[in-house]
Design a protein around this ligand. Structure first.
Ligand code: SF4
Length: 108
């Protein structure tokens, strides 16, 4: 068992997903861990950790496992749309006729 609040916060932080997504309402996982350790935050505010994460925090803190608080979103990672400009350029380049690619290679 952790002996201090700092020890408890370190254990909690180590059990968090470390995405630093802020969906728990704190600026990063470590801040959320400290808030849980001091009783300021519930153990059910981390959507990336989901139900499994809540079970881990319940085991560490001795608090009862609760369902994920829907105020913090649905279980799972934050979804992002990434646009790969370099990949799009490469695709355009690949569709060019082989001769123009060959002639650009000769110019070097
Ligand atoms: S929601 Fe979970 S993963 Fe995201 S910053 Fe908070 S503790 Fe870290």
């Amino acid at each position: 068992m952790p002996t201090t609040e700092d020890d408890l916060a370190r254990l909690i932080d180590a059990a968090l997903p470390q995405t630093q997504c802020t969906r728990c309402g704190y600026p990063d996982c470590a801040a959320y861990a400290r808030a849980v350790a001091c009783g300021e935050a519930g153990i059910n505010q981390c959507p990336p950790g989901g139900a499994e994460g809540i079970e881990r925090l319940a085991a560490i803190t001795g608090r009862p496992a609760l369902p994920l608080d829907p105020a913090h979103g649905a279980e799972g990672p934050l979804r992002l749309a990434l646009i790969d400009e370099a990949g799009a350029s490469a695709a355009r380049c690949a569709s060019r006729p082989a001769q123009s690619i060959a002639s650009s290679a000769r110019r070097r």
